[in-house]
Design a protein around this ligand. Structure first.
Ligand SMILES: Cc1ncc(COP(=O)(O)O)c(C=O)c1O
Length: 329
């Protein structure tokens, strides 16, 4: 396992260089080999720390943000908000995070603890309870109203994707360029975009599996209500490009729960909902993967923020009934 290189000082020097661990127990029936990139080991708890740092650093370098004076405004109901709150606190930037009624109390408390200001939108985009359009509209409006404000716009910002080229470089270097399959969850498409770019530029022979949510508009048309946050989006992001993925796995909320519960049971890795989707996507294909194929699962965040949902037996029973038999095998 790579040692984290703490070059420089301060918490932001701990972003990136996350561990890549071998998974030897989860898919024992498969002839392939599996590694997990533990992105929850970033200091803010997710891979979005990389995106937050990259977008803010870029804006400081271009003069769009002035530490000690400017305000960052962004819409996020989750990990990017926490990543930005951390980066903004470090650089002395004010941060306004646009959230919605689905943002968990734990997330709100975390954002406040970093010193972020919260702006709540209350009108849903549709009867499926999506707030993405409302949040983005409000972020845009605030960025126009507030003096010296900057809106990173993660859905279209190439620096979001650039950050994840670094993540893919870490994976490729550790595996000497032999990555046969990469399973990656999609939301803003920053991660898959950055990985695909690194893979193309370095001539790797890697099959990229995009792990989207059933009911997401990224790789599908029909949207529907989703319970598990993180991956999936109510509209196709500007960072999406045709051909980013070699294949797509669209996973249900139940797949996320089952994948998370299997992962912690077999490997003692407590991860977030989209990691569960990634695990279930691999499970679906495990038998057809070639002998010895090197497969990498990007696990985007940690599980602590999901203890009241995915890891709560009462919550699982309320939404899916008795499904313990699906992970207690
Ligand atoms: C837990 C989790 N999984 C997956 C994603 C999707 O990543 P990306 O936005 O890079 O497509 C996100 C994005 O916020 C996330 O928070």
């Amino acid at each position: 396992m790579a040692m984290k290189k703490h070059i420089g000082s301060g918490i932001l020097s701990a972003v990136g260089e996350t561990p890549l661990v071998r998974l030897e127990r989860l898919f024992q029936d498969s002839p392939a080999r599996f590694h997990a990139k533990i992105e929850g080991m970033n200091p803010g708890g997710s891979m979005k720390d990389r995106a937050a740092l990259s977008m803010v650093r870029g804006a400081i370098a271009s003069g769009e943000l002035i530490p000690g004076r400017s305000t960052v405004v962004e819409s996020s109901s989750g990990n990017l908000g926490v990543g930005l709150a951390q980066v903004c606190r470090w650089f002395g930037l004010r941060f306004v995070c646009v959230v919605d009624p689905k943002t968990t109390p734990q997330h709100i408390a975390t954002l406040k603890a970093y010193g972020a200001h919260l702006e709540m939108v209350t009108t849903a985009d549709n009867d499926q309870g999506d707030f993405l359009h409302a949040r983005i509209e409000r972020a845009q409006q605030l960025a126009e109203e507030i003096a010296d404000a900057f809106w990173p716009n993660q859905y279209a910002n190439l620096l979001n994707a650039r950050a994840q080229e670094g993540m893919m470089r870490e994976v490729a270097e550790e595996l000497d360029g032999k990555v046969d399959y990469l399973f990656v969850a999609t939301g803003s498409c920053g991660t898959i975009h950055g990985c695909a770019r690194y893979i193309a530029e370095h001539g790797l022979d890697t099959h990229i599996v995009a792990v989207d949510a059933v009911g997401s508009a990224i790789f599908g048309d029909v949207t529907c209500r989703r319970l598990v946050p993180g991956h999936g989006a109510a509209r196709r992001p500007a960072l999406h490009r045709e051909g980013l993925a070699d294949s797509v796995a669209r996973m249900t909320d139940q797949d996320c729960v089952v994948g998370c519960r299997r992962l912690v049971a077999a490997e003692a890795i407590l991860s977030g909902g989209s990691s569960g989707a990634v695990v279930s996507a691999v499970e679906q294909r495990a038998a057809e993967l070639p002998e010895g194929a090197v497969c990498v699962l990007v696990l985007p965040d940690r599980g602590e923020r999901y203890v009241d949902t995915i890891y709560s037996d009462a919550w699982v029973e309320r939404h899916f009934g008795h499904i313990e038999h699906l992970w207690k095998r």
